[in-house]
Design a protein around this ligand. Structure first.
Ligand SMILES: [Zn+2]
Length: 496
């Protein structure tokens, strides 16, 4: 490790719990806790275990100095308890939150939602609790920072939500919302302005785990099952009008996606085209370059949303850092990776969390191979496809048959960190690797251990990361595995 330049006042401010004593700066050593050590945590943990208790545990076991508090989402994945069917961890209430609803876990202030039809989003899960009002003072007293963590996940039963929804290839409403729809864009900018102006927060992170219609149609993702090629998005009036402005022929695009739908359905039923799957795909893409244009239209629309959120927050309160969570698909799908141009993103990013969850990454890479191996790469065997992915993405990992049972290695975290840092080199953007602590995997597949977590954290810092984000959420982590992160930070102090 290189020697760090420590601002002692800042350093004391961000250390917490027993880690503060362990990480007292000594000349010639690198106090690891001068790094950002974040953890994602939802309101339910504070409700179940008590605010002070949770902060104690995070500080002592994980050397955490920054909370990524899930303040807005309709997804249990970052805001609820353990996923039903997965074993409950050794803390928190020992039951599943089957009635999870989600929404805004703080208090929405109506003046920020005048330009959208989406208004009443307060989460009903914990009565009158405002999680920011509850956690902010307690965290600040300990010198912990609080970053608002927001996600692009909605329910279908919210008033007016259908007006914000994307439209699929056949014009049907999707469950996802369109970032080109003014009602959604204005909701997002209103939401972040509300957080920035109404609370003394230390940052905002938003995440959208989605991609465009081309990658989705091909099933270029680890999601199970992949989206149906007839349900890819977005073809709404706002996207069509944006396409026209960009000089894209909407009808040609639609025809291309209808042809692609046929190709994907036929490939998934095992009907190999005369010249093979890969060649047939290229024949389509060359005939309909609008397929690629439509994918980039989606990506540019997302980037514009990032930029709009960034500008809104900076206008409201210039000192509040703004950044993004980049989806795990970034590790598997080269098309998605190509869309995550860190230099471009740095224009409106103070930080970027790059997901590099190594334990669940093995299972997920195999799922990705199953999905894309049934369409674009139908000519390859699954083991060959995983080898190809390793080569394309620069990994040295195990075979298709092994990785669900071994996970990906700490070396993967190291390589991903190096690559992300190089991708953002010369910019102001901080890269914070997302570290896997007990993210659910299927029964019998690889599980995290204190040692695997420790090795992953060490790898991220050895590669030069200025911080890490322990993920996905405290309520699914086993305490011993969280301690693996703290152990890494203590080791770094000793070996610096
Ligand atoms: Zn749209």
């Amino acid at each position: 490790m290189t020697r760090l330049d420590v601002n002692r006042r800042e350093f004391l401010k961000i250390t917490a719990g027993t880690c503060a004593a362990l990480a007292m700066p000594t000349p010639g050593q690198s106090p690891a806790s001068s790094k950002m050590v974040g953890i994602q945590v939802g309101a339910v943990s504070f409700v179940d275990e008590g605010t002070e208790k949770v902060l104690d545990v995070l500080g002592e076991r994980g050397c955490v100095n920054t909370l990524f508090l899930a303040v807005f989402t309709y997804g249990r994945g970052i805001a609820g308890r353990q996923i039903p069917g997965q074993p409950l961890p050794d803390h928190g209430k020992q039951e599943y939150d089957l009635n999870f609803h989600g929404g805004n876990f703080a208090t929405p202030h109506p003046q920020y939602y005048t330009n959208t039809v989406l208004k009443n989003t307060r989460a009903p899960d914990h009565g009158d609790l405002d999680i920011l009002a509850e956690v902010l003072p307690a965290a600040k007293k300990r010198g912990m920072k609080v970053i608002c963590w927001l996600e692009d996940v909605f329910r279908t039963d919210l008033p007016n939500i259908q007006k914000l929804q994307e439209r699929d290839l056949y014009g049907r409403n999707a469950e996802t919302l369109c970032v080109n729809n003014p009602d959604y864009r204005n909701f997002l900018t209103g939401l972040v302005e509300d957080y920035a102006r109404s609370y003394d927060i230390d940052g905002i992170m938003w995440g959208s785990e989605r991609q465009g219609a081309l990658a989705d149609s091909l099933g270029a993702t680890h999601d199970v099952p992949p989206i149906d090629p007839g349900e890819v998005t977005c073809f709404c009036e706002f996207c069509q009008s944006r396409a026209k402005q960009a000089g894209i022929n909407v009808e040609r695009a639609r025809q291309g996606f209808l042809e692609l739908e046929k190709f994907v359905r036929s490939a998934r039923s095992g009907q190999r085209p005369v010249d093979g799957y890969y060649v047939q795909f290229w024949r389509l893409l060359l005939r309909y370059p609008e397929l690629a244009a439509w994918e980039m239209l989606w990506t540019d629309s997302l980037r514009d949303t990032y930029a709009a959120i960034y500008k809104t927050v900076k206008t409201a309160k210039p000192t509040v850092p703004v950044g993004w969570h980049i989806w795990h698909n970034n590790s598997f799908n080269p098309i998605y990776r190509a869309e995550q141009d860190l230099h471009e993103l740095s224009n409106y990013s103070d930080f970027i969390k790059v997901v590099m969850y190594n334990n669940c990454g093995g299972e997920r890479m195999a799922f990705y191979a199953d999905n894309i191996g049934s369409t674009l790469y139908g000519d390859l065997s699954k083991p060959n496809l995983v080898d190809l992915t390793d080569a394309l993405m620069g990994y040295k990992e195990g075979s298709y048959d092994q990785i669900p049972y071994t996970g990906l290695s700490a070396d993967y975290v190291y390589r991903e960190t190096r690559r992300a840092l190089a991708g953002a080199a010369g910019t102001k953007t901080q890269i914070w690797p997302g570290i896997d602590i007990d993210i659910p995997t299927e029964l019998g597949h690889s599980k995290c251990t204190p040692q695997s977590v420790k090795q992953a954290v060490l790898a991220a810092f050895r590669a030069g990361a200025p911080g890490v984000i322990l993920s996905r959420k405290y309520s699914e982590m086993r305490l011993a595995d969280l301690s693996g992160a703290g152990a890494a930070l203590r080791d770094l102090k000793l070996t610096g």
